[in-house]
Design a protein around this ligand. Structure first.
Ligand code: SAH
Length: 269
């Protein structure tokens, strides 16, 4: 996702739908949050203002998101292609709808995104939020827990919290660090093959023998634990190479130490 928000990762499955936003500054700050969190593409429904020049003046380096934004005049039209529609609201009404906190929504939505679903995140207008009829169009609603006597967040603040949770979950569920998330194709070396792993485990066992870890006992139980640890981390080829280098160093360091001792012993005689 270089030039963020344009790739094919789970974060790109999200459509950020701003319904009738009144304040251009809020729109710009939502766009900035989208860039920061690399979440989704923008759809704006009947905004009071949408001026690319002013938006980019407020939220720098957001040209790609602004240019890629779709303008709609109907909320239904803006969410038509979404396979899952999620509203956001400060007020938790008693409905049979699925309600999420932002933290709960993260993994639930990213799982859907990983299955290839397109997910619309709908945010309401600043002065009134989403109406019940608008929330009826949503299959689930996110409500960020706040002070009940002062529950309503600024639109862009609410968006940032939701995007942050989504990004965090995407990093956890795909096993990538948040930093790698945008560059998974380029930055990750290919996964190590079973043959490469087996070669590494042999070498690791020799290294552990060298330092006396098995202390004369069977190597199998400890090696089984090492296997479990290394297999769980999903090592790529480069990482296996690094660990092999460590094992080699251990083995060679021990051999050199032994040779040095032998030399010293002959020097003395
Ligand atoms: N006076 C309105 C506030 C709307 S705030 C009301 O009481 O509903 C504008 C938008 O920000 C909301 O429509 C929603 O999309 C988002 N938002 C604000 N506070 C939120 C919260 N606590 N949880 C989830 N979304 C929130």
């Amino acid at each position: 996702m270089s030039g963020a928000n344009s790739g094919e990762g789970p974060l790109d499955r999200f459509r950020v739908v701003l319904h009738e936003p009144r304040d251009l500054v809020n729109v710009a700050l939502v766009i900035r949050a989208m860039k920061n969190m690399e979440v989704g593409r923008l759809r704006v429904v009947s905004p009071a203002a949408f001026d690319a020049y002013r938006i980019e003046g407020i939220a720098h380096d957001t040209k790609d998101v602004v240019e890629g934004a779709e303008l709609h005049d109907d909320l239904r039209e803006a969410i038509a292609d979404a396979e899952f529609v999620v509203g956001t609201s400060a007020r938790r009404r008693s409905s049979k709808q699925q309600w999420y906190t932002a933290a709960e929504a993260g993994p639930a939505l990213v799982r859907r995104a990983l299955e290839g679903q397109t997910i619309a995140l709908v945010f309401g207008p600043e002065h009134r939020g989403l109406s019940n009829t608008e929330l009826d169009l949503c299959q689930a609603v996110i409500s960020i827990p706040t002070n009940p006597r002062h529950s309503s967040l600024n639109l862009a603040h609410a968006a940032l919290i939701v995007f942050y949770e989504i990004r965090k979950s995407a990093a956890q569920l795909t096993g990538l660090s948040a930093r790698d998330l945008g560059q998974k194709e380029r930055a990750r070396a290919p996964a190590a093959s079973s043959e490469e792993l087996e070669r590494f485990f042999e070498l690791w066992q020799r290294a552990m023998e060298t330092i006396g870890l098995f202390a004369g006992a069977e190597a199998i139980p400890k090696m089984r634990s090492f296997r479990a640890i290394f297999q769980r981390t999903g090592l790529d080829r480069r990482e296996v190479g690094l660990l092999e280098a460590v094992a080699f160093e251990v083995i060679h360091w021990e051999r050199r130490a032994r040779e040095r001792l032998a030399e010293e012993a002959t020097d003395k005689t």
